[in-house]
Design a protein around this ligand. Structure first.
Ligand code: ATP
Length: 233
């Protein structure tokens, strides 16, 4: 579905991505794990079209989208749930979700709401309340829900477990697995490598702008180098 080849990206003279090559297969969860400042967020920003690419290529369903606008990518089916959630606090939960359905018709929007409420019952219960009043985990669910409202074929999740208690991390991961069961392809970016790799079909470890390890989620979980560096074993 997504094919990234030799991608380079920079902030001024700082090269943040130094030749990233990876694939996301249709129907799978692909995890991208790595430490602080490794380049995870930069890669996601390149994929969603808000960060310039210096060289290399991004293909989505065979189309070269490297030069496409962020809007064109959303229209093509790529949605991102950003790091730090970025929900609109003064708006209600439901209005936040409706914002994710821009350019969708009324029937599609209502169907999208049903789908998100089916997945996250707590959002349904709190749909008329201000998003600012939600807990951290609930705001994360809302951010994922909002991304789902555009009916994406590929969902980019930036550190959904960040700052959450272990029980909530498990809930969010269960939601990601449920999304996969519904046919959504997911690129999951995480510092929490153990959690991400445990639900991933395929994984990549990024270190200072380069892919250092790649394999199935299971193989990476059992790779001694990955275990030592990222799993504290
Ligand atoms: P984190 O988990 O902390 O978000 P990350 O893996 O997502 O880390 P990036 O945020 O992509 O890493 O950062 C990659 C590199 O680019 C780092 O060296 C970082 O300092 C640098 N960088 C990121 N954003 C900027 C910016 N706006 N200006 C300059 N350098 C930046």
């Amino acid at each position: 579905m997504l094919d990234v080849a030799d991608l380079h990206s920079a902030y001024g003279r700082i090269l943040a991505l130094k030749g990233i090559t990876l694939r996301v297969e249709t129907g799978e969860i692909t995890a991208l794990v790595g430490g602080n400042g490794a380049g995870k967020t930069t890669l996601l920003r390149c994929l969603s079209g808000v960060q310039p690419v210096k060289s290399g290529r991004i293909k989505f369903h065979g189309d070269d989208i490297t030069a496409w606008s962020a809007h064109a990518r959303v229209a093509a089916g790529i949605a991102q749930s950003p790091e730090g959630r970025q929900v609109f606090g003064p708006l209600t939960v439901e209005d936040n979700l409706r914002l994710g359905a821009f350019r969708r018709g009324r029937a599609e929007t209502e169907a999208g709401l049903d789908r998100v409420y089916g997945m996250f019952d707590i959002l349904k219960q709190k749909r008329h309340l201000q998003a600012a009043g939600l807990s951290g985990g609930q705001q994360q669910m809302l951010a994922i829900g909002r991304a789902l409202m555009s009916q994406p074929r590929l969902l980019l999740l930036d550190e959904p477990s960040m700052g959450l208690a272990p029980l909530l991390v498990d809930q969010i991961l269960a939601a990601v697995v449920a999304l996969k069961a519904q046919g959504v392809t997911v690129l999951l970016v995480e510092q929490n490598a153990a959690a991400a790799l445990s639900i991933a079909d395929r994984g990549y470890v990024i270190e200072t702008g380069r892919i250092a390890h790649a394999g199935t989620g299971l193989a990476l979980l059992h790779d001694p180098a990955v275990r030592e560096a990222y799993l504290g074993v």
